[in-house]
Design a protein around this ligand. Sequence first.
Ligand SMILES: C[S@@+](CC[C@H](N)C(=O)[O-])C[C@H]1O[C@@H](n2cnc3c(N)ncnc32)[C@H](O)[C@@H]1O
Length: 193
Amino acid sequence: MSDIIDLEKLFHRSKDRIKDLGEVFTPELYVEDMLNLLAKDKRGLWSHEEISFFEPCSGHGNIVLPVYKRRLEGMYKKAVAQGLSGKSADAPYYAVANALNTLWAIDIDSKNVENCRSRVLSATLEFLKTKLDITSDLVLLSQKRGFFAHVLSAIKWHIDENETLSALSTPENAKASANLTNAGSKWFSQNGH
Ligand SMILES: C[S@@+](CC[C@H](N)C(=O)[O-])C[C@H]1O[C@@H](n2cnc3c(N)ncnc32)[C@H](O)[C@@H]1O
């Protein structure tokens, strides 16, 4: 599945996009450092089902992906420790369901949203194949079709095209807030609040 995404093409920054969207993605090393700092003060951060993560300007997911991967591993370890394992191999599915349910991300750019969704889907399939010792996507998908229908819906719903500044305003002053961003005015007239 990961072969389908051309990672080179994900780095499609241009001068115009940097100017209009502030599109400079955070390198993985910095993200990992930030997440280590975050976890220092909060034990069990990655496995806590009642903590949600929201990325307000997700780009193609350079922060979303490391958070999601840590959540998958954290939830999985917790589930195994609580005895949710064995033949039914429930722990990996439990981890995906909970990590996805608590992950939210928006970006104003539809291509970034599409790429972020694809990367989250790839990470999900890779995680499940590794934990379940399955090599083929098709075999994995055919084993639990209903579950994967939910996974696709959750990814589509939780990672969405939206505008952060106007989303933080009331409907009355949303347009004015959106107009404060370079891309906001155009986006607002096309998409509303
Ligand atoms: C500096 S990049 C950061 C991307 C990601 N957070 C990272 O660290 O790699 C900024 C992102 O914000 C998006 N963006 C710009 N203005 C926005 C707005 N008003 N609402 C939501 N997203 C916006 C751009 O499309 C771009 O993907």
